[in-house]
Write a protein that binds this ligand. Structure first.
Ligand code: GRF
Length: 213
């Protein structure tokens, strides 16, 4: 799969980001802060959530960004939820969609509508420790390096082509909380850098390999 480069600089319109969240939204905040610099080349045009009352939605309101909620339980089927989410996200004409702590797997309609343009940040060094408890599983496995992975979503759980990875040390006295926080700090910086490069320079996906620029 090859994705045409997106140009968001030198007079062209900023790239349009839709960010999906389920919780605190610190990764969303990092993107909102980065987008305040016109040289970054992107702006967050909408924030979506799968539940009411997320701190991410509050962050969106504070930044003057529209927010929407689609809860799976409000739809008769998972497919109907997927369809509604796809329609709403598409209405914002996004160049890139960022899952930043969004605790739902999107379905075939969503993935088909935004091929190669839906990315997720995960708090482990994939392919190790996919799923909901990356830092806890890293600690339990006794690894000495943990980290975060930004990848292009496919239909699997944390299986898509990798855009960027960063590592942090696991300290002897780490708890799940301290390791999670260390990972999150590195993860936010990575997300901002990689999304900036994607929107300014474009990206290509060939087989499993993602090339920026
Ligand atoms: C991130 O560490 C992400 O990898 C994980 O959930 C966290 C979301 O954090 N899936 P936040 O909501 O952006 O603060």
């Amino acid at each position: 799969m090859t994705t045409a480069p997106i140009h968001g600089s030198a007079g062209a319109a900023d790239a349009r980001l839709v960010v999906l969240v389920s919780g605190s939204g610190s990764n969303l905040q990092a993107l909102l802060d980065a987008c305040a610099d016109p040289a970054y080349g992107a702006r967050v045009v909408a924030v979506g959530a799968d539940r009411n009352g997320t701190f991410g939605a509050e962050r969106a309101a504070k930044a003057g960004v529209p927010a929407f909620v689609h809860r799976v339980k409000d739809y008769p089927t998972r497919d109907a939820w997927d369809e509604a989410l796809t329609r709403t996200v598409a209405s914002y004409a996004p160049d890139l969609i960022v899952s930043a702590g969004f605790l739902k797997l999107c379905g075939p309609r969503f993935l088909g509508a935004f091929p190669g343009r839906y990315i997720n940040t995960h708090n482990s060094l994939l392919p190790a420790f996919p799923g909901m408890n990356g830092p806890g599983e890293a600690l339990a496995a006794g690894v000495k390096l943990a980290g975060a992975t930004l990848f292009i979503c496919d239909s699997g759980v944390d299986t898509g082509p990798i855009v960027a990875q960063c590592a942090v040390p696991v300290e002897d006295d780490d708890t799940v909380e301290t390791l999670t926080e260390r990972i999150k700090e590195a993860e936010r910086a990575q997300l901002v850098t990689a999304v900036g490069r994607m929107v300014r320079d474009g990206w290509k996906v060939e087989d499993r390999r993602v090339r920026l620029g």
